[in-house]
Design a protein around this ligand. Structure first.
Ligand code: FE
Ligand code: CA
Length: 519
């Protein structure tokens, strides 16, 4: 212990604990290794196996804070508490300036509660802006993998690099995109939803639990654990902070408010499913929100990156009215006169919040993260329009107000980032979506899916769609004061875990000049 005397107390205790556990496991019969003082008697049995099998994660970076996450789960696929005792467990955490943890800048202890599936959300504070950090957890002598994270800039900001991802159906392919993402120097990963899928698209190589569609909290916990055992996803979480927004599949395909496409499902059961799904989502991800305790959870929020950019993350499912023209049998594609009627998508409270969030100003770029397509895409045969009605195309009245807001002169350089389509796209968001005779208000960058099945985009009747990426992958955004550059990175083959990656195309946008560049 003497040789650690120069170190901060937190690190010394951390190392002493590791050493003690090594001794304990190597010489169980040696009475000298047993904790002697009564005060040191553990109040529960020590964990018998590594509880850090789901890895670590960080997220929602502020200039001086970042959320650190882990979930204690020695047996992640066992169901229930994943091999943990039904008691609270104290977990130590550390943040260091270096990967060797010689320079500890913050540390402490957090309690992992069985009611939260022994997840830990530490909002580590007192950090420096725009700085890289390393973090780890420890319990019972087990030390977690080391995570890397980065705080947001406090002011200024010459350059910000973001990865934008969406749609990672586990059974539809491998997460090679996440493996390649490790080599990208990004400050943050923005996840725009379909983090898990409720359907159990199973393959022998990618078995998924539980079988069938989850309904209970235990079910959703098990589904998240299945995803998080993937080594590439786990490595991406350990390497970069994430800012996440859910779409529909975190709960149920195309749910809107308390409705699902099947009319025979009653609203109370949708709300019960939401409560379970929202709780499990929070338990497994590094989110700075109050722990969900029911079907109503505020997740929409904004993150600021100095004077360079603000990210506004929208929740388009929880507050939505039922989409129009639903046939009641599960299909949300088509059109009908009622499509144009007023109905909530963000809902009035979130709409007012977005209004205020955009009005904050002080940044060069306003990045609007929408889980679904904003610019509008008509997929019907010529002369007979057809729309995906659970995207903004089903909510044109509210969309018109949001686009008018983005068009206000005090909203600097709006750029829409979106997900869910299962294709990459570069679109123009026109004042009247799809009507190219009206002004372009913002470019829309639709990120391709990480692994979910690819869907088509018809180009002929959609002249505001400048580019389609019919591949899996992700989007890299390089944000600078004078320009924003969007680069699509695409996989050779999502069915191969060792798939290569290449650049599909790169799109520069000059600040103060809305709209996609002519090509
Ligand atoms: Fe999806
Ligand atoms: Ca979706």
């Amino acid at each position: 212990v003497q040789r650690h005397a120069h170190l901060p107390v937190g690190r010394r205790a951390f190392i002493a604990g590791v050493a003690a556990s090594v001794i304990a496991s190597c010489s169980k019969d040696d009475p000298a290794s047993s904790p002697a003082p009564t005060s040191a008697i553990p109040r529960r049995p020590r964990l018998a196996a590594d509880p850090f099998r789901l890895g670590v994660a960080s997220g929602d970076p502020l200039p001086d804070q970042v959320v650190l996450w882990t979930r204690l789960a020695p047996d992640p696929l066992a169901g229930g508490l994943a091999g943990m005792p039904d008691t609270p467990v104290e977990v130590e955490w550390q943040v260091a300036a270096d990967p060797g943890f010689t320079s500890i800048v913050a540390d402490g202890a957090a309690t992992a509660e069985p009611g939260a599936a022994h997840s830990v959300h530490v909002d580590a504070a007192g950090l420096d802006p725009a700085t890289d950090y390393h973090y780890r957890f420890r319990v019972d002598g087990f030390t977690s993998p080391v995570g890397q994270t980065r705080t947001a800039p406090a002011s200024g900001g010459a350059r910000l690099r973001l990865a934008v991802v969406t749609c990672q159906d586990f059974g539809s392919g491998y997460y090679a995109a996440y493996r390649h993402l490790l080599a990208e120097r990004v400050d943050l990963v923005v996840h725009l939803g379909d983090y898990i899928y409720e359907w159990a698209f199973d393959t022998p190589e990618r078995p998924i639990l539980p079988p069938g569609v989850p309904a209970t909290l235990d079910d959703y916990r098990l589904r998240h654990a299945t995803y998080r055992l993937d080594p590439d996803l786990q490595a991406a979480h350990a390497r970069f902070p994430f800012a996440l927004m859910w779409d529909d599949h975190e709960v149920f395909n195309n749910y809107a408010g308390a409705t699902v496409p099947d009319d025979s499902v009653d609203p109370e059961s949708v709300r019960a499913r939401r409560a379970a799904a929202y709780r499990a989502y929070w338990e497994h991800l590094p989110l700075r929100i109050d722990p969900p305790t029911g079907p109503d959870v505020r997740l929409y929020r904004d993150l600021r990156f100095g004077n360079l950019a603000r990210l506004h993350l929208l929740d388009v499912r929880q507050y939505a009215d039922e989409p129009p023209c639903r046939d009641g049998a599960g299909d949300d594609f088509g059109d009908c006169p009622a499509r144009l009627d007023e109905r909530a998508y963000l809902g009035p409270v979130q709409e007012a919040w977005l209004d205020g969030s955009l009005a904050q100003g002080g940044v060069v770029w306003n990045l609007v993260g929408s889980p679904t397509l904003v610019a509008g895409v008509d997929l019907g045969p010529p002369g007979r329009p057809g729309y995906y009605l659970e995207t903004w195309d089903g909510y044109p009245a509210e969309r018109a107000r949001v686009i008018e807001r983005l068009a206000r002169p005090d909203v600097a350089n709006p750029v829409v980032l979106s997900g869910d389509w299962h294709a990459g796209m570069v679109n123009d968001v026109h004042l009247v979506p799809g009507d190219v005779t009206t002004p372009v208000v913002a470019p829309e960058l639709m990120t391709p899916p990480i692994s979910s099945p690819l869907y088509e985009v018809a180009r002929a009747q959609n002249p505001h769609v400048h580019h389609v990426v019919d591949r899996h992958g992700y989007l890299i955004l390089q944000v600078e004061p004078s320009r924003l550059t969007a680069t699509f990175r695409v996989l050779d083959d999502v069915r191969r875990p060792d798939s290569g990656i290449s650049t599909d195309s790169s799109w520069p946008f000059a600040a103060k000049t809305p709209g996609a560049p002519a090509r």
